[in-house]
Ligand binder design. Structure first.
Ligand code: F6R
Length: 282
C-alpha cells in the first residue's frame, strides 16, 4: 500500500487526476471505477481541465460508478447519475460506455447481477477511485458489511444518512438504501485502487484503515488485502498518522513518485511538496 500526504486538497486532487489521466492515456479502452461525494470533485475538475487543454480524450473510456441511492430516478437532482453529469460527464467528450446502477430499477437483484456481468465483460476495472466515510465505509459498504459481498442493495448507516443530509432538504429525505458495489467486487475486480481522503472528519477512519485491525467493522481496512492500493491524503486527513505509524510497519522507506515528475513542454511538472510512504504488502 502506498500513502501519499499532500499539503492541501488541491494538490491531492491534481495528483489523483494525473494518475487517472495516465491510465487513460496509456490504455485504449481504460475502465474507470468512479466515486461520488465531495472528495473527488477536485479530481473531476482537474480531469475536465486536462480534457479542455487537449491532454485527455474520453471517447474510448468505459466507466462504472460505485453506487446509487435506491428509489431515486436518474433525473433526481441528488441522484448519483445527476452528480456525475453535473461534475464530470457534461464537461468532457462522452465516454464510450457509462455505467451507473439504477436505483429505481423494478428488479434490483437483476440490476445488481447485470452490473456484475457488465464489469466481467470488460475484464474488470483498471483503476477504482474510492472515497472513505467517516465511519470507514467504502462505496456504501457500511461497518459490519459482508466482506464477500458483490454488487447489492445495502442499508445506509445513521452516520452516513446524517452526513449526506447536507445534500437534501432534511435527513428524512435521504434514501435509507443504496445499490453499491460490494467489498468483494471492489477487491477482486479492481486492478488498481486509488483512495482519496481530505479533511479532519476522515482522520480517525484513515488511521484505522492503515493501522488498525483488518476487519469488516471498518470496511476500508479490508483494502489492505489488495495488492495495489494508493492512498492520497491531505494534511488534515493524515493528522492522526505519526512517523511512528510508518516506522512500525515493514517496508516503510520513502520512495519517489517519479512518473508524475515527467516533463511537459520541456519543463519539469511541479507536483507540489508531499511525503510518500509505502508499507504493508506492496
Ligand atoms: C460515493 C461513495 C462513498 C463516499 C464517502 C465519502 O460514491 O461511494 O463511499 O466516497 O461517503 O463521501 P464524501 O466524499 O462526500 O465525504
Amino acid at each position: 500500500m502506498r500513502v501519499c500526504i499532500f499539503n492541501n486538497y488541491q494538490e491531492m486532487s491534481r495528483i489523483a487526476a494525473a494518475i487517472v489521466g495516465k491510465c487513460i492515456q496509456t490504455k485504449k479502452g481504460a475502465v474507470l471505477g468512479l466515486a461520488t461525494g465531495s472528495t473527488p470533485i477536485g479530481m473531476y475538475q482537474e480531469l475536465v481541465r486536462m480534457h479542455r487543454s487537449g491532454e485527455l480524450d474520453f471517447s474510448q473510456v468505459i466507466t462504472f460508478n460505485l453506487d446509487e441511492y435506491v428509489g431515486l430516478s436518474p433525473l433526481h437532482p441528488q441522484s448519483y447519475h445527476s452528480f456525475m453529469q453535473c461534475h464530470f460527464f457534461q464537461h468532457v467528450n462522452p465516454p464510450s460506455n457509462v455505467h451507473i446502477p439504477r436505483g429505481d430499477a423494478a428488479n434490483l437483484a437483476l440490476e445488481c447481477a447485470n452490473y456484475e456481468a457488465a464489469m466481467n465483460q470488460v475484464g474488470g476495472i483498471d483503476i477504482q477511485i474510492l472515497g472513505i466515510g467517516s465511519n470507514g465505509h467504502i462505496g456504501f459498504n457500511e461497518p459490519g458489511a459482508d466482506a464477500e459481498g458483490t454488487t447489492n442493495v445495502v442499508k445506509l448507516s445513521d452516520c452516513t444518512i446524517k452526513s449526506n443530509a447536507r445534500f437534501f432538504s432534511s435527513p428524512n429525505q435521504v434514501p435509507g438504501y443504496a445499490v453499491s458495489m460490494g467489498i468483494k467486487t471492489i477487491l477482486d475486480k479492481s486492478k488498481t485502487i486509488l483512495l482519496l481522503a481530505n479533511g479532519v472528519d476522515k482522520a480517525a477512519a484513515v488511521r484505522h484503515m492503515l493501522t488498525g485491525e483488518v476487519t469488516p467493522a471498518v470496511p476500508a481496512s479490508l483494502l489492505r488485502l489488495h495488492s495495489d492500493v494508493t492512498v492520497l491524503l491531505d494534511q488534515a486527513a493524515a493528522q492522526e498518522l505519526t512517523e511512528r505509524t510508518f516506522v512500525s510497519t515493514e517496508s516503510r522507506s520513502p520512495i519517489k513518485f517519479s512518473f508524475l515528475k515527467g516533463k511537459k513542454d520541456g519543463k519539469s511538472t511541479d507536483v507540489g511538496r508531499y511525503r510518500y510512504y509505502t508499507f504493508g504488502n506492496n
